[in-house]
Design a protein around this ligand. Structure first.
Ligand SMILES: Cc1cc2nc3c(=O)[nH]c(=O)nc-3n(C[C@H](O)[C@H](O)[C@H](O)COP(=O)(O)O)c2cc1C
Length: 220
């Protein structure tokens, strides 16, 4: 693809599958977690790859925004979405300076997105350690190497650091990276978006209130 033609190539791409599910907002549950779990189950039934992958956006203290993928580790009844990372990574440092984030799930084959926005809190040492120990040993070793998001001047340094970390993990399966952190994003708003071929997409937003959740439809 050459850049001169890119515009035409992009315009010709298919975005939505032929069959899209219907979204009956009238019968939607009164809380977003129940609906999220139904949609996630649908995504898994439809064999969508990485249905628990989230595009997570954070901002630093000056308002610069960055996004990256993370994995959703859990969702609880109170409307908290969990993910984990190294607190010393860019996202960890940004969340420390500005504990607000947005999380986006996108299930292309269903024409669905779910957008979660809210405040992020760090969970305690114990919960973070449990999350770390549940990771495969290679993932634990990579995390142990640390320095996530720092410039890497020499890739051979990484190999050596990884081998040392892997040996440490193998020698002590209970080893926990102290900076490993389980984060909980407490939703203030959750939006469920269902594409339609007529482009009258259906959007249902839940807003957290003092005593539960309020629902409203949004213009597409
Ligand atoms: C599908 C997918 C899942 C990922 N899951 C995680 C994760 O759960 N935690 C994590 O720290 N990084 C995860 N990563 C790597 C991040 O996208 C990112 O490269 C890394 O965390 C550094 O981000 P930062 O510099 O913004 O802190 C994942 C990447 C992909 C593509």
């Amino acid at each position: 693809v050459t850049t001169g033609k890119l515009r035409d190539v992009l315009r010709a791409l298919e975005v939505l599958p032929a069959n899209l599910p219907k979204f009956d907002t009238e019968s939607a549950p009164s809380d977003p977690v129940t609906l999220f779990l139904t949609w996630l189950a649908n995504a898994m039934e439809n064999k969508i790859a990485g249905p628990h992958a989230i595009a997570l956006s954070t901002a630093d203290g000056s308002g610069w925004v960055s996004s990256r993928m993370v994995l959703c580790k859990d969702v609880d009844e109170s409307g908290r979405w969990y993910f984990s990372s190294d607190a010393m990574s860019m996202k960890g440092r940004e969340l420390c300076a500005n504990p607000h984030a947005a999380a986006l799930f996108y299930w292309q084959q269903l024409g669905r997105q779910v957008r979660v926005r809210g405040e992020v809190a760090t969970m305690g040492r114990e919960a973070s350690a449990a999350d770390f120990l549940a990771r495969p040993s290679v993932s634990r070793a990579v995390a142990l190497v640390g320095r996530q998001s720092e410039p890497l001047d020499d890739p051979t340094e990484l190999e050596a650091a990884f081998r040392r970390a892997k040996a440490e993990v193998d020698a002590d399966p209970a080893l926990v990276l102290p900076n490993w952190t389980l984060y909980a994003l407490a939703a203030e708003t959750v939006e469920f978006w269902q594409a339609s071929h007529e482009r009258r997409h259906t959007r249902l937003q839940y807003l957290r209130t003092a005593d539960g959740w309020e629902k409203r439809l949004l213009w597409p």
